[in-house]
Design a protein around this ligand. Structure first.
Ligand code: BDR
Ligand code: CA
Length: 313
């Protein structure tokens, strides 16, 4: 077997972040060097605690969790309790975590870890606003050539936005950070709403997860049932979009996704379209390709993978 792929997950849990963390922690192909928390769905004090709750649920209390940025680079923090609940992980009754938060700042951990490894060894997996990643790139630009790639959940184009008519939440919360990442020269793989809105937590899929008949299966079913209630009403679908696990699934089975390489530029000037990801899908400009933008997913294959991996925890 080839060596496990080294990753750092940057996250703002969030129920869908939680499922992404569980998918990663269940997968031997991935070596989770650390989890860095950022303010996003809920404030930092909750996201770092939620990340630890999920590590303990996974039976991996030795995982390193660091706290990062408390607010976006320029704009005020916008949170999403109306989607994720007051705690960010509303749904199951998960115990307060006993495992410690690591000393030191998430941004230092990202920089130090990348600098201690060779070029192209570590993949960054951002599942929330890109504040921590941008801070690391700004503080130590030499990390750019060390990052193998950044596989992120964020943006949307054909599907529009989910927090404004044109902006997706993660990019909207810190558009300036997204701009830094997309201009960094690091290879980026982007999972926008165009993909994640096709990964729906239907009743049958949640039932399959509950039928695992494990502590993790029961907690995941409760997380998903809480999470989807808002989106089902909003979109009129059976189930809600399961955004963040798409990032981890791509690392495990890239053939589940299709997309194309194109230029992505983030709007940081206009209040009307703030945080919009302007994706040159049809390559009508000469702006350089800076991201592999996904558009389609084998959603049945994705949920089969997720459920099979959750069964291992
Ligand atoms: C993204 O925003 C958050 O609410 C989710 O966790 C996901 O990362 C979807 O727009
Ligand atoms: Ca998230």
């Amino acid at each position: 077997m080839t060596a496990a792929r080294k990753i750092i997950i940057d996250t703002d849990p969030g129920q869908d972040d939680a499922l992404a963390l569980l998918l990663a922690l269940a997968s031997p192909e991935l070596d989770v060097l650390g989890i860095t928390a950022v303010a996003g769905n809920v404030p930092l004090a909750l996201t770092e605690k939620n990340a630890r709750k999920i590590c303990e649920l996974a039976g991996k209390p030795g995982t390193k969790v660091f706290a990062g940025a408390i607010r976006p680079l320029v704009r005020d923090l916008v949170t999403a309790e109306h989607v994720h609940g007051r705690t960010g992980l509303d749904g199951p009754d998960l115990p307060e975590p006993e495992m410690p938060l690591q000393d030191g700042h998430a941004v230092d951990f990202i920089i130090d870890t990348l600098m201690a490894h060779g070029e192209g060894e570590i993949t960054l997996c951002p599942l929330g606003p890109l504040t921590n990643i941008a801070l690391a790139l700004n503080r130590e630009p030499r990390i750019a050539t060390r990052i193998r790639e950044i596989v992120l959940m964020g943006g949307g184009f054909f599907e529009g936005g989910n927090v404004t008519p044109t902006a997706e939440f993660n990019i909207y919360v810190d558009p300036h950070a997204a701009d830094v990442v997309l201009r960094s020269g690091v290879p980026v793989v982007m999972m926008p709403l165009d993909v994640t809105h096709k990964a729906l937590t239907t009743r049958a899929r949640i039932a399959a997860i509950r039928a695992l008949d494990t502590k993790v299966g029961a907690a995941c079913a409760e997380l998903l049932e809480f999470f989807e209630r808002f989106d089902e009403e909003k979109y009129g679908t059976d189930g809600g979009p399961l955004h963040d696990p798409c990032v981890i699934a791509y690392l495990l089975k890239p053939e589940l996704f299709t997309g194309r390489s194109c230029n992505v530029t983030v709007e940081t000037g206009s209040e009307l379209t703030m945080g919009m990801t302007v994706i040159d899908w049809w390559r009508v400009t000469d702006r350089p390709e800076n991201a592999l933008v996904m558009r389609d997913i084998d959603d049945d294959g994705f949920f089969t993978l997720l459920t099979e991996r959750l069964a291992r925890l």
